[in-house]
Design a protein around this ligand. Structure first.
Ligand code: PAF
Length: 282
């Protein structure tokens, strides 16, 4: 696998393959790769001939007081994992390469409505930062296909809408959530948890399952289900962020007549803010 740090170097490499008619797959990440990321690489390989992973801890998507500075940077280890996984290129730019005129001078991409809900309400500006960097990565690599994890359910919808609204010709593929043996969704932020916190964090997934069962049994009092779930998470040591039963189409609060739902949850366990979700359709 070749690691490239400049936009021009990546473009020069990819141009050769594009001219040869090869399909290019992109897997944007912030590094500190775990099994879930490696599954994204595998999925990209199924859809493309050449796979490019990117590692960039994007400052634009972190709010003041968030974990930008302590976000784990593990480039050498990540390179080994990507090489073993059969990734072809790693694009690992510096902040200067991505934002040469500084963060505040960067043109931003903001996706209306959906960006303000849920994670966007808890982390103002977060999805504008995500949409901006992903739009740039699409412009840099010009991939035929790009793969993102479904753990970040709302992020995936923001990116799909951004690509559709800006007419970016890329096929966006979602990858199922990767979990550890206990059901905890894999996340780079799990590394912030102690063993005890990790053991208690599995309550997030278990609570989603219980809410889903109640929905399938015909429960329509969503506010009550949400409150019960929040209280249950609190008894396991979580601090509240949000827990919402939404419609899959636009992530607005579900109503009793909706039949394609998704439960979106975010909660704090010790130093980590964890997210998870579960689709429920009847
Ligand atoms: O999901 C992530 O790791 C990031 O939000 C992404 C999509 C790589 C953009 O920085």
């Amino acid at each position: 696998m070749k690691t490239l740090h400049s936009i021009q170097a990546l473009r020069d490499e990819l141009a050769v393959y594009r001219r040869a008619g090869k399909k290019i797959g992109l897997v944007p990440t912030m590094g500190n790769l775990h099994e879930g990321h490696l599954q994204l690489i595998d999925l990209a390989k199924q859809h493309a001939d050449i796979v490019v992973a990117t590692i960039f801890v994007n400052p634009l998507q972190f709010g003041a007081g968030e974990d930008l500075d302590k976000y784990p940077r593990t480039l050498a280890d990540d390179q080994d994992k990507l090489t073993r996984q059969g990734c072809d290129f790693l694009f690992a730019p510096t902040e200067d390469e991505m934002y040469p005129n500084g963060r505040s001078a960067q043109t931003q991409v903001s996706v209306p409505a959906i960006s303000d809900l849920h994670c966007g309400a808890s982390r103002p500006g977060h999805f504008t930062g995500v949409a901006t960097v992903v739009c740039k990565l699409f412009g840099i690599a010009q991939p035929d296909v790009a793969v993102f994890g479904e753990k970040d359910y709302q992020q995936l919808m923001v990116i799909r809408q951004m690509a559709a609204d800006l007419c970016i010709p890329v096929n966006i593929v979602g990858a199922p959530i990767a979990r550890n043996a206990d059901g905890l969704a894999l996340s780079s932020r799990n590394g912030y948890l102690s063993d005890d916190e990790k053991a208690r964090a599995i309550a997030l997934r278990a609570t989603l399952n219980q809410t889903a069962q109640a929905l399938k049994a015909g429960e329509k009092d969503f506010a009550r289900l949400q409150e019960t779930a929040q209280q249950q998470l609190e008894t396991q040591g979580f601090r509240r962020d949000y827990y919402m039963i939404c419609r899959q189409t636009d992530l607005q609060p579900a109503t009793a007549t909706d039949n394609k739902l998704v439960i979106l949850a975010a909660a704090h366990m010790g130093p980590a803010r964890l997210i998870d979700n579960l689709e429920v359709s009847f």
